[in-house]
Design a protein around this ligand. Structure first.
Ligand code: MN
Length: 473
């Protein structure tokens, strides 16, 4: 049994909450605001998709609902780093350090998240829950942290699951075979429901930490605390023993029912295809608590926000896995075109011939989702897809540099796989180690990086152009 966290009163409002991040986005011009009343079915997701590459969007009075919705909290990898106050280059090392040295939560009494309490629950009346992709079965809660308590040890787990609204206080949920399902099994074996909370509207650090590949009974909120550099303040739910972030916007308190299965899906997922309809677990919601004027966060299924959220923690784990055998691996990237799951780019400081193929084989073993690995040299920027393609175009020969493995385990969500049986492709796109300094020397313009366009270019090019033309004889 783990010791209970210390209890102390909430001294002051926490700073690293959703609103602090939205304020930062607004201040630098990265928060768009839609007109009032955008319909919750399709139209809201349509606008969010159109801005997914460059803007977060706030939707006031969506579908006439009093609670606003926000989408695209991080449309780019760099924003995830921004939200943690770090440089993008430090993102993976920082995430690994936080996962290795979590910071315990601090329990408080009295929380913003519980300013308003509803025990008569009608989810679609209380909350503005959008329907996202065309063939989704209906409205889904997509950005809810599912916090579950191990019924034997009291340890908490945090993860994100798609949550279909199946009735006024009923949710259909997809539980993949990970930690929430393990806790659910323990409860079901004892014939009891698993107490959970679904938390909506939190700082990006909490969303990111929820995706950490941690051991059973590691509380991902403690990883979030380490990411933020200060403990996450938690409060006990009103109707069960689950502890939730005290400054969350909205909390749904409920139970995953033992032995109950109902249809859930289809739902648009990260590979840009629909996850099928099937019989799945069911949650009954006992209470909804929220701030006096809450904000509802939604993630459009398969959007950049969805991909980046899953990508960064996986990259961190794969980097650690590769570095264990190959300290000269410098960086990795799960490309967005590869759905931030299937295609991995690896940047190395190449030390010996043949080594990239060993690194490719090691990467295949890092996660069964990995389907294609491209290894490049340290002069390639792996955050730019064109540069990875350039390395393949000029440093790779298929008869010499390709690794092909048939019939391995892959992702069941890849529709080209044979029920999850998948081929693996590795490309060594590194230059040979050669004594000829010019053979693979990239062209480069001296001083390009140092140019400051604000000072190098005139402010009013139209007027300048007209003047130049007028002065011509
Ligand atoms: Mn976990």
């Amino acid at each position: 049994m783990r010791s209970e966290p210390t209890v102390r009163p909430l001294a002051q409002p926490a700073k690293a909450d959703l609103r602090a991040w939205l304020a930062a986005l607004a201040q630098r011009g990265d928060l768009a605001v839609a007109h009032e009343g955008v319909p919750l079915a399709d139209a809201l997701a349509a606008i969010a998709k159109r801005t997914e590459r460059d803007k977060a969007v706030l939707f006031p009075r969506p579908g006439g609902h009093a609670v606003p919705v926000v989408a695209n909290l991080f449309t780019r990898r760099a924003w995830v780093a921004d939200s943690l106050g770090i440089d993008e280059h430090d993102l993976l090392p920082r995430f690994l350090a936080a996962a290795a040295d979590p910071l315990p939560c601090v329990e408080v009494t009295g929380a913003g998240a519980q300013e308003v309490v509803h025990t008569d629950v009608d989810l679609l009346k209380l909350l503005p829950i959008p329907k996202h992709n065309e063939l989704d079965s209906g409205p889904y809660i997509t950005a809810g942290l599912m916090i579950a308590r191990n019924p034997r040890t009291g340890a908490q787990n945090v993860s994100i699951h798609r949550c279909q609204i199946s009735g006024p206080n009923r949710i259909g949920v997809l539980l993949l075979p990970r930690h929430t399902r393990a806790y659910y099994r323990m409860a079901a074996e004892a014939g009891t429901a698993l107490e959970i909370a679904i938390v909506i509207g939190v700082h990006p650090a909490l969303l990111l930490a929820s995706q950490a590949i941690a051991a059973l009974d590691v509380d991902e909120m403690e990883i979030a605390g380490a990411l933020l550099g200060r403990p996450v303040e938690v409060v006990k739910c009103r109707t069960n023993a689950v502890r939730v972030p005290a400054d969350a916007e909205i909390v749904l308190e409920g139970r995953i029912l033992p032995g109950v299965r109902e249809p859930e899906g289809p739902f648009g997922e990260f590979p840009q295809y629909y996850g099928p309809r099937a019989l799945r677990e069911v949650i009954e919601i006992d209470a909804v608590t929220h701030r006096r004027h809450p904000i509802f966060h939604t993630i459009v299924g398969g959007s950049f926000e969805h991909l980046v959220l899953g990508g960064v923690p996986r990259e961190a784990t794969l980097l650690q896995h590769l570095k264990r055998s190959f300290p000269n691996v410098l960086d990795v990237r799960l490309t967005t075109g590869g759905t931030c799951r299937y295609h991995l780019a690896v940047k190395i400081d190449k030390l010996s011939p043949g080594e990239p193929k060993n690194i490719i084989m090691c990467a295949f073993g890092g996660h069964y989702d990995i389907k294609q690995v491209i290894v490049v040299d340290k002069d390639v920027d792996i955050s730019v897809p064109e540069q990875i393609e350039w390395a393949v175009a000029t440093r790779f020969q298929a008869d010499r540099d390709m690794v092909l493995v048939a019939g391995a385990q892959g992702s069941k969500l890849d529709p080209s796989s044979d029920e999850g049986m998948s081929a693996k492709l590795g490309l060594d796109a590194t230059a040979p180690l050669t004594d000829d300094p010019m053979a693979f020397r990239r062209i480069h313009v001296m001083g390009e990086e140092a140019v400051d366009l604000d000072t190098a270019l005139v402010k009013d090019p139209n007027a300048a152009f007209a003047r130049i033309i007028a002065q011509m004889p």
